[in-house]
Design a protein around this ligand. Structure first.
Ligand SMILES: Cc1cc2nc3c(=O)[nH]c(=O)nc-3n(C[C@H](O)[C@H](O)[C@H](O)COP(=O)(O)OP(=O)(O)OC[C@H]3O[C@@H](n4cnc5c(N)ncnc54)[C@H](O)[C@@H]3O)c2cc1C
Length: 307
């Protein structure tokens, strides 16, 4: 195993260079801590056609442009993201963290994990194009507003799918819950609440879904009926990228979202988490806020500043 390109033990290693990781780096660098950022370059934010709820962008901003701005900000303080994936994270005998980048080893006193999450993707023909043009959306908190007066489908079994259908129906639109055969296991008061919210339920199994830039999202049901929508929200859940933390014993929910305290500390001493990988609302503003809290807590936990 070769040595790291970093000469010393870092005050903090930030893993993941989406909004959370980049903001954490800005804070730590401005606290004059030795910090490095390792990023595999697959931020969820890169999928955002244009976000309209991020602080200080009244006309919205394209996800990739936002990431470029955040990177530029971090680089002002000497942070050069290292494009690599951390393969494993372990503790050394002298109580440091050691990250293995598949050849390079990085040692740090503390770690902030900002590795994000992945949406469970449905099988949709033309999914990428659908995401780009807003026919497929993953986040009604982000863009439910944009669905006003449109025909909206929410795809997902009871639990996730049902809650999301009820949430989306608050935007003066026409919502159908594609319940994937799970309607029978829904409590009657929940069905009533859907009805009150004006949500239709299509209970059969969708056998094919296709995005067509002109026609919309076509959903073919098992009985050969075709349903047509302007927007489809898959609500199939997320997988939080917390394996590096749970491998060290960090507590997490079933979907991998890490438990954190009010300072973004995980249950593993010295290990913090911010952004989608940590408990909380999966939003850019939240990721930035959590990163600021985590970085400040890291700074306060370390002995006097080191450079
Ligand atoms: C289509 C879509 C639209 C959205 N719209 C909005 C919106 O309008 N407003 C809003 O607030 N939010 C929106 N979101 C959500 C937003 O993108 C996320 O909340 C945000 O990106 C979370 O930031 P993060 O830094 O926690 O994670 P991410 O941005 O996902 O970054 C995590 C980074 O960690 C890296 N990584 C993972 N594992 C490793 C590893 N082992 N080693 C090194 N690097 C690793 C990944 O490659 C990635 O670059 C949207 C998401 C999607 C998919």
């Amino acid at each position: 195993m070769s040595t790291s390109r970093f000469p010393t033990v870092l005050d903090c290693l930030v893993i993941g260079g989406g909004p959370a990781g980049l903001v954490a780096c800005v804070y730590l660098a401005r606290y004059r801590r030795t910090v490095a950022l390792v990023d595999a370059g697959e931020s969820r934010a890169a999928w955002i056609p244009r976000t309209r709820n991020v602080l200080a962008f009244p006309d919205g901003v394209v996800g990739t442009a936002l990431l470029a701005r955040l990177r530029e900000h971090a680089m002002r303080y000497g942070i050069e993201p290292w494009n690599a994936r951390v393969r494993s994270l372990s503790r050394t005998a002298d109580d440091l963290f050691e990250a293995d980048l598949g050849g390079d080893l990085v040692r740090a006193r503390t770690v902030i994990l900002c590795t994000g999450a992945r949406d469970v993707a449905p099988d949709i023909a033309g999914l990428e194009e659908g995401l780009r043009n807003g026919q497929v959306r993953y986040c009604p908190v982000c863009d439910g507003f944009e669905t006003q007066h449109q025909r909206v489908a929410v795809l997902g079994r009871e639990g996730h799918g049902l809650h999301e259908a009820r949430f989306v129906a608050g935007f003066d639109n026409e919502v159908t819950w594609l319940s994937m055969g799970s309607r029978g296991s829904v409590a009657s008061e929940d069905l009533r609440s859907l009805e009150d919210a004006g949500v239709r339920v299509a209970n059969g199994l969708p056998v094919a879904i296709r995005c067509d830039a002109q026609r919309g999202v076509e959903v073919t049901m098992e009985d050969d009926q075709t349903l047509l929508f302007d927007v489809l929200y898959p609500a199939l859940g997320q997988r939080h990228a917390s394996g590096l933390a749970t491998g060290l014993g960090a507590r997490a929910a079933d979907d991998g979202q890490l438990e954190v305290d009010a300072h973004q500390r995980t249950s593993v001493p010295g290990l913090w988490a911010a952004g989608d990988v940590a408990q909380g609302l999966n939003q850019i503003n939240v990721a930035a806020g959590q990163a600021a809290i985590a970085a400040t807590a890291v700074h306060n936990a370390l002995p006097g500043r080191t450079r």
